[in-house]
Each structure stands twice: as structure tokens, then as C-alpha cells.
Design a protein around this ligand. Structure first.
Ligand SMILES: CC(C)(COP(=O)(O)OP(=O)(O)OC[C@H]1O[C@@H](n2cnc3c(N)ncnc32)[C@H](O)[C@@H]1OP(=O)(O)O)[C@@H](O)C(=O)NCCC(=O)NCCS
Length: 184
């Protein structure tokens, strides 16, 4: 099972079915907050929905098509981060993430994503890591920007969020350009 130690407090661990109840409770507590920028909240209404998500994630991981990890902060799950998809033919992937409202503002996601990017380049031998982020999602845009990603442009009306489209900024990092940011 994939496990990445980010620092003394934070680790990423591939989701397993035993995480179901803890993950669903976290989603349920943060529902209104997460719903502003994530499209799947209305499709996740019960622990069974979280279990299905974890099962699907495990299937995709076993096929090498993605990887979903729980972000553990001192042994409690506080969010999720991972590769939404991995495109082996083009050695590319897309990173996604969320964290509970009360764990924001401490750099946990920036440090977790930094570990995932290193894992993508060093362990998975990928060449391109992408992060599409809604133009108005300032906090989320801070993560690729802090890590030195390049903004490649705007994808217009790239995502439907319940009742409106949002434009995305496409952030990307190439293996050849990856330099560990000192203060992230
Ligand atoms: C987007 C989201 C993950 C950002 O969370 P976050 O807490 O701002 O991100 P980080 O954990 O990287 O923390 C960065 C913040 O911690 C601060 N920080 C403190 N110590 C830090 C450190 N060692 N390293 C980096 N940042 C640090 C930063 O200054 C920044 O604060 P600021 O927002 O006041 O500038 C979170 O708001 C979220 O989950 N939102 C809902 C879902 C969502 O939008 N997901 C992304 C969809 S693309």
C-alpha cells in the first residue's frame, strides 16, 4: 500500500475500506464548505457512497490509472489528495486535493502535494504533473503557485459546479523543471 511520509505530523496513505466511516464523517462535517469548489458533494450522501468511492479508487490504483490518498495529520484523516488520473502513455497525471476547513492555513496541503509531485517524478517516472484550478479559488491556486508550477492558460467553462460553469487555470510542472521549493 502506498504511504508517503510528508513530515513528522503529516502522512499520505492510499485509502482503504477501513477509512470509510472516518472519511464520510469528515465530508459530512465539511459539506457546505467543500461544496463551493468541488462537484461531487451531492453524490456523496452516505457512508456507502464513500465506500463506493474508495472501492473505485482502489480499482483504478490497481490498474495504475490513479491514486487517492488520505491526508493524515497526527493519525487523524483531515483531507484527501492524490492523482485524479494517470496517463501512462503520455507520462502525465492530474493532482487533486481537499482539506477540512479547520485544518486550512498550515501548509498541510502544499507539503502533501509537494510529496506527491516528487513521487510522480521520482517513483512513477512521470514527465508532466497538472493541476487545473478554478480561477476564483484563490486558496487552491496558492498551492501550485507556491510550488513553482507554470500557469499555461485558461480553460474556459471547464467545470460544471451544480448550477454554473467555472473557468480553470491550467497549472503544470515538467519533470525537468522540478526544483524543491525551500520554504513550502
Ligand atoms: C484549497 C485548499 C486545499 C487550500 O487549503 P490551504 O490550507 O490554504 O492550503 P495549505 O494547506 O497549503 O496551506 C496554505 C496556507 O497556510 C499557510 N502556511 C502556514 N505554514 C505554511 C507552510 N509551512 N507552508 C506553506 N504554507 C503555509 C500559507 O501562508 C497559506 O495561508 P494563506 O491562505 O493565508 O495564504 C482548501 O481551501 C480546500 O480544501 N478547499 C475546498 C476544496 C477545494 O477547493 N479543493 C481544491 C479544488 S482545485
Amino acid at each position: 500500500m502506498t504511504k508517503l511520509v510528508v513530515d513528522d505530523d503529516v502522512r499520505l496513505q492510499a485509502v482503504v475500506e477501513a477509512n470509510t466511516d472516518e472519511m464520510f464523517r469528515l465530508v459530512d462535517r465539511n459539506r457546505a464548505y467543500l461544496r463551493e469548489w468541488l462537484p461531487w458533494l451531492d453524490a456523496n450522501r452516505s457512508a456507502e457512497d464513500s465506500r463506493s468511492f474508495i472501492r473505485d479508487s482502489n480499482t483504478r490504483a490497481s490498474e495504475g490509472a490513479g491514486l487517492v490518498t488520505a491526508i493524515f495529520f497526527r493519525d487523524q484523516i483531515c483531507g484527501v489528495a492524490g492523482f485524479n488520473w494517470i496517463d501512462a502513455a503520455n507520462r502525465a497525471c492530474e493532482i487533486g486535493y481537499w482539506i477540512s476547513e479547520d485544518h486550512q492555513g498550515r501548509g498541510i496541503v502544499t507539503r502533501s502535494v509537494r510529496s506527491l509531485v516528487g513521487f510522480a517524478f521520482d517513483q512513477k517516472q512521470l514527465n508532466r504533473v497538472t493541476m487545473p484550478v478554478a480561477v476564483g479559488n484563490t486558496k487552491s491556486r496558492g498551492i501550485p503557485e507556491r510550488l513553482g508550477f507554470t500557469s499555461e492558460g485558461i480553460r474556459r467553462e471547464a467545470e460544471w459546479l451544480y448550477d454554473h460553469f467555472v473557468d480553470h487555470v491550467m497549472y503544470a510542472m515538467l519533470s525537468a523543471d522540478w526544483v524543491l521549493p525551500r520554504d513550502a
